[in-house]
Design a protein around this ligand. Structure first.
Ligand code: EPU
Length: 435
């Protein structure tokens, strides 16, 4: 068995251009949504990441025919999908496998899906998904780790649903279930993330009638029939934000292509407060990010969109680890998303976590390369950021977490001047065998 690691020699300033891919959290909802049309969908700007490959494998197991047309374009044919069960081995590899419940309920009136996996940052309940399905008229049972949901007469009836918490997953799942329901569904206190809007745009392209996505009230008029379409996935807000954080930490000047600056406003505002310069091009699809002077500290609180995204929290902490002063970062979305801090301490960061939800970061002059783990996807991104700005060599293990959500991360970083490579090491050996 070979173990994969990332090896980063820190200290290089970054320069050049990097192209941002399609959004992970949009594609993992759009792929299940194709089941609703029982026809052929052409999807462009699909990122080549592990979570997408897993979701495609699950879809193929269900009977979908998925063909790669070119590098980032796929044709998805769901005309022959009949299976309504997603078994444990596949579902547990991916948090977003629960979108198959909403999609299969909407498409077939029935779904059997194992409880999902995904990054571990404390309790990740799905009560809002279940109560949303029930409000639409489904019967939901959880037995032996499987969620079994059925609708009466194979059809949902529109309903008014108030979400007690702002939940991306529950908002998406109810949207998927409701597009073919009878009558009007209203989701109040809906999540407003760019991937919610992207899913709504995709559903509407297939003939759905979804209004209000991007606000906290989404209205869905059910339709009987959805058809195939072509659609290009929105650029990934978090991938873009992560490269912005790389430049902030390492210094230099990089242009990010294929971005939506509006989606990046909360991230840009905080990086600018730290002394990073950010310029938008005339066409509004590129940002040039540069940092020459030492980083200044700043305080950050994560919030649902349009607030500062929790999925950028580890990355901003890695940036602030070298700011000249004290920063406070408060996590308001997840109970337990500071586990990776321990890894930054190994690199010489000075961070204390208080009450589990607040990191007090005393900026240090230097971080030192060390052997660290990617404890989850965004934590792994934070290790890369810290490694790029550290003195010496950083080795990151458990990089499969990073590959779940970042396409060609090594090539993209090498393209902007980072000294990073992936190495393969026999598990029972210390020697690096392949570069
Ligand atoms: N919540 C409930 N009940 C529910 C669902 C959620 O109480 O039924 C709570 C959660 O405990 C949490 C809050 O609501 O405190 C927000 O959770 P949400 O449902 O929005 O999260 P999610 O849908 O499971 C998605 C992203 C995450 C991202 C969160 C928040 C996908 C596949 N995942 O998760 O992305 O952190 O929204 O923005 O879209 C990542 O990409 O690294 C990642 C973890």
């Amino acid at each position: 068995m070979l173990m994969e690691k990332l090896v980063i020699k820190g200290g290089n300033k970054l320069k050049g251009e990097v192209t941002i891919g399609g959004a992970k959290n949009a594609v993992v909802a759009i792929l299940p949504a194709t089941l609703l049309s029982k026809s052929v969908v052409t999807l462009e700007n699909v990122p080549d990441i592990r979570d997408v490959r897993i979701m495609m494998d699950i879809m193929r197991e269900l009977g979908a025919n998925i063909k790669l047309i070119d590098k980032t374009t796929y044709e998805i044919d769901t005309t022959r999908v009949k299976a309504k069960t997603v078994p444990n081995e596949t579902a547990k590899k991916l948090r977003a496998s629960y979108y198959l419940i909403g999609a299969m309920l909407g498409a077939f009136g029935e779904a059997n899906v194992s409880l999902p996996g995904g990054c571990d940052f404390g309790v990740r309940p799905i009560n809002l998904h279940i109560s949303g399905f029930e409000s639409l008229g489904a019967k939901v049972d959880i037995k032996n780790g499987m969620i079994k949901a059925t609708t009466k007469n194979r059809q949902f009836v529109g309903a008014s649903i108030y979400m007690d918490e702002v939940s991306v997953g529950a908002t998406i799942n109810v949207m998927l279930a409701a597009v073919k329901a009878k009558g009007l569904t209203i989701i109040e206190n809906a999540a407003r993330e760019p991937h919610i809007v992207d899913l709504a745009n995709f559903l509407n392209r297939m003939g759905a009638r979804v209004r209000g996505a991007g606000t906290d009230v989404i209205k869905i008029n059910g339709v009987d029939f959805l058809h195939g379409c072509s659609y290009s996935v929105v650029p990934d807000q978090i991938e873009a934000g992560t490269y912005m954080a790389c430049v902030a930490a390492a210094g230099g000047k990089v242009t990010l292509k294929n971005v939506i600056p509006k989606h990046l406003e909360s991230i840009s505002a905080k990086l600018e407060a730290c002394g990073v310069l950010i310029e938008e091009n005339e066409d509004g699809d590129e940002l040039t990010v540069s940092r020459e002077k030492p980083l200044k500290p700043c305080n950050v609180k994560t919030m649902p969109h349009p607030g500062f995204p929790t999925d950028m929290q580890p990355q901003i902490v890695a940036v602030l680890a070298k700011a000249s002063g004290t920063s406070i970062v408060t996590e308001n979305v997840w109970d337990s998303r500071f586990r990776y801090v321990e890894q930054l301490l190994r690199m010489g960061a000075s961070i204390t976590v208080e009450h589990g939800d607040m990191a007090v970061i005393q900026g240090v002059k230097e971080l030192n390369g060390a052997q660290v783990n990617a404890t989850d996807l965004r934590a792994g991104a934070a290790m890369i950021i810290a490694g790029l700005s550290a003195k010496g060599t950083t080795e990151i293990e458990d990089i499969y977490h990073i590959e779940r959500g970042y396409e060609n991360v090594v090539e993209k970083l090498q393209g902007i001047g980072a000294n990073i490579k992936k190495v393969y090491i026999p598990e029972d050996d210390d020697g690096i065998t392949v570069a």
